[in-house]
Design a protein around this ligand. Structure first.
Ligand code: BG6
Length: 470
């Protein structure tokens, strides 16, 4: 028998609006940046034309099928659903005077549905999308004006949903802008470093302002940040590799450092000097940044290595939004993401040592090709193994004394992949009949992992197995 997780632990799953909802122009929704990325986060940007194909236009039709999907989440015993609001449903152009009532009403229906099953919503304000108009007219987060538009949007949703939603996140994987400026910040891809860090600064200020609004408007609520937990190990114990790794880890920890402590860490001063850039940072910005988050959240799929050796650096392969050097001790998923359950325990301890705030694992999972057998079933033992081994390490971190408040695995129902826009890269406990070309009935079928996760939740983790040395 494994370790029993705390009773209050928020077990669940995580989805994002643009990867599940579809109905991309329904009920007054405006186009979002995701709507012109039919090939995923790094793919070509394609202007919309009548009749073109973008798998996300329908995605898995969560917009219409959410009652069925939420009922299935409830059947698994979910305590929490992480989801996002599409900003472009609420403010179709981002800079509109008035919010779009039909968009708000849609999310109201979802929150009521979750309430029926006592599922706590954890809501991301912006998950890899913003109204397309903001990207086109203002260069997204490149403009200071966007801070005001975001504040207005945050105020509207906190006022409207604050009584039902108590857990909030500001920006999904806020550090991803460093690697994909358009997806993360609506910036033109050919932006220079100054533009990039200026946009990041605007986003950090907007995040802090949303935190302040949440504290005022949802006083019994909690709001966190969200980082891509891209932990790197030194490829060797050569001091040059150690320092290189330390510096590269700071590239993403910088976001947490600001959001937790309320100011830029001193190492950023040197970084900006070395880059020869000086940002427009006002006194008011510095004041705004002082409003800090209540908990730290992050995604974790894999770890990677860093090296100071240029030859090694050239071997770095794609890993989610990043490039990482392979770790010879680890195996990889079909998409080349290296599987490292112990890395999750390490990261939880690492972040807790650094921040001393509650931690929430808001994404983790295995993207894999599933096959439906002759009985119409999906025996996804590989997924069960991945999730078991990671959750086992979450239990170890809890035993280490880390305050982990919840775990929402990525894509509890199959959805469209963010980096590749494929349906075939499946994470779900629930299979969705749809292929990469959009064929399929969209019918939902529980996989073997559905019943496994149900037993993990109902036993509060006791059924988790220790495979560490096998
Ligand atoms: C995270 C994102 O980077 O990874 C999700 O927050 C994304 O939106 C997830 O879906 C998995 O990535 P992918 O490319 O496999 O969908």
């Amino acid at each position: 028998m494994g370790y029993r997780f705390p009773k209050t632990f928020l077990w669940g799953g995580a989805i994002a609006a643009n990867q599940v909802e579809g109905s991309h122009l329904t009920d007054g929704k405006g186009l979002s940046t995701s709507d012109i990325q039919p090939f995923g986060a790094f793919g070509e940007l394609v202007e919309r034309e009548e009749g073109d194909f973008n798998i996300k236009d329908v995605a898995i039709d969560f917009y219409n099928r959410y009652p069925e999907d939420i009922a299935l989440f409830a059947e698994m015993g979910f305590k929490c659903l992480r989801m996002s609001i599409a900003w472009s449903r609420v403010f179709p152009n981002g800079d509109d005077d008035e919010p779009n009532e039909a968009g708000l009403a849609y999310y109201e229906r979802i929150f009521s549905e979750l309430e029926k099953y006592n599922i706590t919503p954890l809501v991301t304000l912006s998950h890899y999308e913003m109204p397309l108009n903001l990207a086109k007219k203002y260069q997204g987060w490149g403009s200071r004006d966007t801070i005001g538009f975001f504040e207005k949007y945050a105020r509207v949703v906190f006022e409207r949903f604050g009584s039902k939603v108590k857990y909030w996140l500001t920006f999904n994987e806020i550090n991803a802008t460093l690697h994909e400026p358009f997806t993360g910040s609506g910036l033109p891809r050919e932006c220079d470093e100054k533009m990039l860090f200026q946009a990041i600064h605007h986003q950090l200020v907007a995040s802090a302002k949303a935190v302040k609004l949440c504290h005022e408007l949802v006083p019994d609520g909690k709001i966190g940040n969200m980082m891509l937990g891209a932990i790197l190990y030194p490829r060797t114990c050569n001091p040059d590799d150690i320092l290189q790794t330390f510096t590269q880890n700071r590239e993403w920890l910088m976001f947490g450092d600001i959001q937790v402590r309320g100011y830029y860490p001193s190492y950023m001063k040197r970084k900006f000097e070395d880059m020869g850039i000086s940002l427009d940072i006002t006194k008011e910005d510095l004041e705004a940044l002082k409003e800090t988050i209540d908990f730290v959240s992050f995604s974790y799929y894999m770890s990677g290595c860093a090296s100071a050796d240029p030859e090694m650096q050239e071997q770095a392969g794609d890993a989610n939004m990043l490039k990482m050097i392979a770790n010879p001790y680890l195996k990889a998923s079909e998409w080349g993401w290296q599987i490292d359950p112990k890395g999750l325990r390490y990261l939880l301890n690492f972040l807790y040592d650094r921040y001393q705030l509650p931690l929430f694992v808001v994404e983790n999972g295995l993207g894999a090709v599933d096959t439906v057998d002759e009985n119409g079933q999906i025996q996804d033992d590989y997924r069960i193994q991945y999730l078991n081994d990671h959750l086992f390490q979450v239990g170890e971190a809890l035993k280490d004394g880390v305050d982990v408040i919840g775990y929402t695995s990525w894509g509890p129902i199959d959805l469209v992949s963010a980096t590749t826009a494929q349906m075939s890269k499946r994470y779900g406990y629930i299979y969705v009949d749809r292929d990469n070309d959009g064929n399929g009935s969209l019918v939902r079928t529980p996989k073997k992992s559905f019943y496994w996760y149900q037993s993990v939740i109902s036993s509060q983790g006791e059924v988790l197995k220790d495979h560490t040395d096998k």
